[in-house]
Write a protein that binds this ligand. Structure first.
Ligand code: FES
Length: 146
């Protein structure tokens, strides 16, 4: 292989690698931020925020995220059943990093702590459970008491 061919093959390898990284990053950005109405000390989120329409399919989200002006961290609302939801502050109780939700649990990218979808520590180094907000529901909405 001469110098020119070597440079070409390295260039194609770099381009291919960049494309794969971009593809993986686009797959990782699947967290959905729900619309919400913030009143004095609660947020209201429509239950329909848990419905996801993809092409011809209607899917149910396991959780949605909510940003508020009250906290520096998002709140994750998990749907446990039709009438049962939990709302957790995505702040790790170890050193305060933002948690990442995955299906039925949350993990901390800083030191690896894991928490259940009800905020209970599953794996250290965190020792304290997450901040859990009181949640009420009616036919149409979920109300999170801040
Ligand atoms: S800050 Fe989350 S495990 Fe350390």
């Amino acid at each position: 292989m001469d110098r020119k061919d070597f440079i070409k093959s390295v260039g194609y390898t770099c381009i291919g690698g960049s494309a794969i990284v971009a593809l993986l990053q686009s797959c990782a950005g699947t967290n959905y931020f729900a619309q919400n109405i913030l009143s004095e000390n609660q947020i209201a989120v429509k239950k329909t925020e848990f419905v996801e329409v993809k092409k011809d399919k209607t899917l149910q989200r396991k959780y949605v995220l909510v940003k508020t002006t009250v906290f520096d961290f998002p709140i994750c609302i998990y749907k446990l059943s039709e009438q049962n939801y939990t709302a957790l502050l995505l702040k790790c109780t170890h050193k305060g990093c933002e948690l990442k939700p995955h299906g039925d649990y949350l993990s901390c990218p800083c030191h690896g702590s894991e928490f259940s979808n009800t905020g209970v520590v599953l794996n250290p180094p965190a020792e304290e459970n997450l901040k859990v907000f009181q949640v009420k529901t009616d036919q149409a909405n979920i109300y999170v008491q801040l």
